[in-house]
Ligand binder design. Structure first.
Ligand SMILES: Cc1cc2nc3c(=O)[nH]c(=O)nc-3n(C[C@H](O)[C@H](O)[C@H](O)COP(=O)(O)O)c2cc1C
Length: 400
């Protein structure tokens, strides 16, 4: 079965649940492999009060035995600690006695609230907002932890960096190059001076009872060439990465490599020339973000995403009360004033998941022993071809 995942769970329900299928047998996997990323998702300057309540930790419910995967679906649970405060409103059981729960009827602009109520015929928008909340991205980060562990076995490392928050920005290319240092910054920007400017932006927006978005870049180093395919549109890796990143709450745009910048440049300023360097085919630049023809080309994969500002703001926006159809102000639930650093960690998880799927598609699904052998055979073939053919080329030139 193809590598992939599903999630279940409501923001203030008992837990976030992740089911990852297509995980090969024999992959070393312990809770700490996932918990580190769960903790990174909870960080970031500008987060709201929820992160102080939660301390996300995974429990394996299936698919792992004595620290190794079994080839069966990996089932993971992350408990919502806040559920203790919400049990009356979020219990799966019918309400007890005459205790009816107050309905929420003030849809928030920028959220799934209004169309969700219309689509699913609800009269209480809690039924929509609980699932449409970005709390669900916790479950994605858990799936990403499994994907990342698999990729790390083959030297593939994924990192992210924030380079725009509101009007404060840092150079995107430099952010991508320095992404492995981003954990040191409260806003995931690998530059101290830019970090301070971004924090000041967040403070100013919060002071104005408003919120901010921004941009982040995700970098995957160590990918072999040929993940994904040009043969069928469904297998094009750039398209899959765009889908995966766009599926994250509040992401409104995705760029591959230099992204929209390609449109206004000449071809010679966009393509990455091919050279032989140290007995290896490589590129003089990586403007196209390591992706050509829907496949990895051996250079780092570089993708970026733009996040819109948080929709729920203290200066509540206009709406209509759906119980009376009178003008009103939007419902407010505790909210972040900036979640771009957290979204970047979710972006890493989504990129890891897409790459893991493509990796296993190329090298097999069943068990790590066979996958290691297939990966070694492929990388050896590519290396040997360079040695053999360049020696043959030298011979031919010598004879001429
Ligand atoms: C990590 C993360 C945290 C978020 N936190 C909030 C929040 O606290 N308040 C809010 O209104 N939106 C928040 N959002 C954005 C909303 O979830 C998102 O705008 C909403 O679900 C509507 O989806 P759309 O913007 O993709 O159309 C967050 C998004 C992410 C990725």
């Amino acid at each position: 079965m193809r590598f992939g995942f599903s999630t279940a769970g409501e923001s203030h329900g008992p837990a976030e649940v992740t089911l990852v299928h297509g995980v090969p047998a024999g992959l070393g996997l312990i809770a700490d492999d996932v918990n580190g990323d769960l903790a990174r998702r909870q960080k970031g300057y500008g987060r709201g009060g929820r992160q102080k309540i939660e301390k996300d930790e995974v429990e394996f419910l299936g698919g792992v035995r004595h620290g190794y995967t079994l080839g069966s679906p990996v089932a993971m649970l992350v408990r919502n600690r806040d559920y203790a405060n919400w049990e009356d409103r979020m219990s799966p059981d019918p309400p007890q006695g005459s205790n009816s729960v107050k309905k929420v009827t003030l849809p928030r602009p920028g959220h799934a609230d209004l169309a969700g109520m219309q689509k699913y015929a609800f009269d209480d928008l809690r039924n929509v907002l609980e699932r449409s909340s970005a709390r669900e991205t916790t479950a994605r980060v858990a799936a990403g932890g499994v994907a990342r562990k698999l990729l790390a076995e083959f030297g593939i490392r994924i990192s992210s960096a924030v380079y725009v928050i509101g009007a404060a920005s840092f150079d995107k290319e430099r952010a991508a190059l320095l992404a492995s240092k981003a954990d040191e910054s409260e806003v995931r920007c690998p530059d101290e001076e830019a970090t301070e400017r971004m924090k000041a932006e967040i403070d100013a927006a919060r002071h104005a009872r408003d919120a901010l978005g921004g941009e982040f870049v995700v970098v995957a180093e160590g990918c072999p060439p040929g993940l994904g395919s040009y043969v069928d549109w469904r297998d094009k890796l750039d398209a899959k990465l765009a889908h995966a990143l766009m599926s994250i709450n509040a992401i409104k745009g995705v760029e591959v490599g230099m992204g929209f910048g390609v449109a206004s440049r000449r071809s010679s300023e966009v393509q990455d020339e091919i050279v032989l360097e140290d007995g290896r085919l490589s590129r003089t630049s990586n403007r196209l973000g390591g992706l050509e023809g829907g496949m990895t080309n051996g250079e780092p994969v570089v993708v970026a995403a733009a996040m819109k500002p948080i929709s729920t703001i203290a200066r509540a926006l206009r709406t209509v009360d759906l119980s009376t159809y009178e003008p009103a102000r939007a419902f407010r639930e505790r909210a972040d004033s900036c979640a771009v650093p957290a979204a970047a960690v979710v972006g890493e998880a989504m990129v890891a998941i897409v790459l893991a799927e493509a990796f296993l598609e190329k090298f097999g699904h069943d068990n790590m022993t066979d996958i290691r052998a297939a990966h070694a055979a492929y990388t050896n073939r590519l290396r040997d071809e360079v040695i053999r053919r360049s020696a043959a080329g030298k011979d031919a030139r010598g004879r001429a």
